[in-house]
Design a protein around this ligand. Structure first.
Ligand SMILES: [Zn+2]
Length: 172
């Protein structure tokens, strides 16, 4: 992976989070010795799934254009860490059947792709800012997001607020 791919990946998490009202703490593009990350405040609900899948979805769009609901097999390999987080979350939600689980995953994939295709200018802009500055606070990322808001797409009037400071930071 190169800088562009990493920055698009993190911007994918960030834009999905903003679009869904999930607060972003910071986004960082690191060199190879550390992992890049987008720290968000997740609520451990099914609504978090698109945020977790946002990095992978953004990479897929960068490589081969929007997939709609049909993600290629092996997409998990783009980020096993993100994918495992998504699986752990689904586990917690205690889906009853395999079919139920598959439906939830498919819906989350479709939703994530839709968000990022609609907001691709915002993904590119945050990715560009990340490559220039390496780290953006949640407020700085929000300012870029706001500037690049696509016409006709409703923008939340204020960035989602970080209510609790008791946050477990993790790189993804
Ligand atoms: Zn990720």
């Amino acid at each position: 992976m190169n800088d562009l791919t990493y920055s698009i990946h993190e911007a994918g998490h960030c834009v999905t989070a903003f679009a869904l009202g999930v607060p972003v703490i910071d986004v960082q593009l690191c060199d190879v010795t550390q992992s890049s990350h987008c720290n968000c405040v997740l609520k451990n609900g099914v609504f978090d799934l698109p945020v977790l899948l946002g990095g992978i979805a953004a990479e897929l769009i960068l490589r081969r254009g929007p997939y709609g609901s049909a993600w290629p097999s092996g997409f998990q390999e783009l980020s096993p860490e993100d994918w495992n987080r998504a699986l752990r979350l689904i586990d917690k939600l205690a889906m009853q059947t395999r079919r139920e689980t598959e439906t939830v995953i498919r819906e989350a994939q479709t939703r994530t792709t839709e968000i990022l295709v609609t907001r691709w200018d915002q993904v590119r802009a945050i990715s560009d800012a990340l490559r220039q500055r390496r780290v953006l606070s949640g407020a700085e990322a929000w300012a870029v997001f706001q500037r690049q808001s696509p016409p006709g797409v409703p923008l939340p009037v204020a960035p989602p607020k970080i209510v609790s400071r008791k946050i477990v930071r993790g790189g993804w």
